[in-house]
Design a protein around this ligand. Structure first.
Ligand code: OVV
Length: 397
């Protein structure tokens, strides 16, 4: 229940008008106060940079083990057995994280880079020779699917289920609304496939999946826990990078002057990707749950409250960013919360950055202009800002 001075808003951030264009609604949330109460959902929310960042930093008060979606796991059955990483607090979280961090290492990525670069260059060469194409299936989905399943060591059969699985998982952080029901319809087979693909006997030797079972062999965790960590890779690693790349292509296509900056200086590729994550954050929101009574900017939030954190709004808060709504690849974007902040900050961020940088660089080298040939279409999701189609034309250098 909301008591005291907190502004109460009649806004449902999971309704279709909001999800279709979240940026049109963020200012109202930010301007209503540092903490607001969302009446239709019965949750608190924060949409300003400072409060979002400090809630993410304060993981003892704003905990994850009661779920990072609308459902409070202390009262409701979780949609799936909780993640040992995303939906865990210390000390469990920290043990999981350190096992996974040893696998997702700088050294591992250094070894992957040359092969991934060759694949990014070849994919862009093929697309440029086509001229016109839909950048969602043919680029932003195609590239991660060319590299990520092999890196994990997934079975060849059924990999197409990965994107459907992510749709289901990210929808499940929101309410059981029409986006959840209709977005997930017909995709149920993905859940069984992912459970199957995470089993030891279905993973290839030498991949990051098997590396988790090898950690179990060394006694660092149980084999069951290893399987759940493979599930974390599969949940978090595909649709996030797919839409991160998609948003970068959309941002560059709709800002030709920024693309020219990138063409003039290919080293801006990693910054272009980072700025596109700030400007159009793929993961729009996550919840936390208060583990004790707390106070934010003078307002009391009681224990057991769900608090919705608007990462994407924080990344466009004019209190934090100059010209917050403008996409500028040469701005200082450090400190954005598109990968989160604090102990749960994205485990795979180096993988995502490498993918984005390689695509940005390949575009800068091979393409002279990117033009939208039709309206981009959104694929509504309760958590992700996602593209359904992005018709573009690219001209060869
Ligand atoms: C959707 C998502 C994001 C990050 C982590 C996980 C899932 C997980 O399953 O650990």
């Amino acid at each position: 229940m909301n008591t005291g001075s907190i502004a109460s808003l009649d806004i449902d951030p999971f309704d279709e008008a909001f999800l279709a264009d979240p940026y049109a609604h963020h200012a109202a949330l930010r301007d209503a106060g540092p903490v607001v109460w969302l009446e239709p959902l019965g949750v608190y929310a924060m949409a300003r940079f400072d409060e979002v960042q400090s809630a993410l930093r304060n993981h003892e008060t704003f905990c994850s083990s009661r779920g990072v979606g609308l459902a409070d796991f202390s009262k409701e059955e979780p949609f799936r057995p909780p993640s040992l990483l995303l939906e865990a607090d210390p000390p469990l979280h920290d043990r999981t994280r350190s096992i996974m961090n040893r696998i997702v290492s700088l050294k591992a990525l250094k070894q992957l880079r040359p092969a991934w670069q060759a694949k990014a260059d070849a994919l862009i060469a093929k697309l440029v020779s086509k001229g016109q194409f839909d950048a969602v299936p043919e680029l932003s989905e195609a590239f991660p699917m060319m590299i990520f399943p092999d890196m994990i060591g997934l079975a060849d059969e059924g990999r197409e289920h990965l994107i459907d699985y992510a749709t289901i998982v990210f929808n499940a952080f929101g309410p059981r609304n029409r986006v959840f029901e209709e977005g997930n319809a017909g995709k149920e087979a993905a859940i069984d496939w992912v459970a199957w693909a995470c089993e030891r006997q279905n993973l290839k030797r030498g991949g990051w999946g098997m590396a988790l079972y090898e950690a179990a062999d060394r006694g660092e965790c149980t084999p069951e826990e290893a399987g759940k960590m493979v599930r974390s890779f599969l949940s978090a690693g595909v649709d996030t990078t797919v839409n991160g790349i998609g948003h970068m292509v959309l941002a560059l296509a709709s800002h030709p002057e920024e693309f020219q900056k990138l063409r003039e200086n290919h080293k801006l590729a990693s910054r272009a990707f980072e700025e596109s994550l700030r400007w159009d954050s793929t993961v729009q929101t996550f919840f936390r749950t208060t583990a004790k009574d707390t106070e934010v900017a003078g307002s009391n939030i009681p224990e057991g409250s769900k608090v919705l954190l608007f990462l994407a709004s924080a990344n466009r808060d004019p209190r934090k960013w100059d010209d917050a709504d403008q996409f500028r690849i040469d701005r200082n974007v450090s400190g954005h919360v598109g990968f989160g902040f604090g102990i749960h900050q994205c485990l795979g961020q180096m993988v995502a950055r490498l993918e984005g940088e390689l695509i940005g660089e390949a575009l800068a080298k091979q393409v002279s202009s990117i033009r939208l040939t039709g309206e981009p279409k959104r694929r509504l999701n309760n958590t992700l800002h996602a593209l359904g189609s992005l018709p573009v034309e690219m001209e060869v250098v």
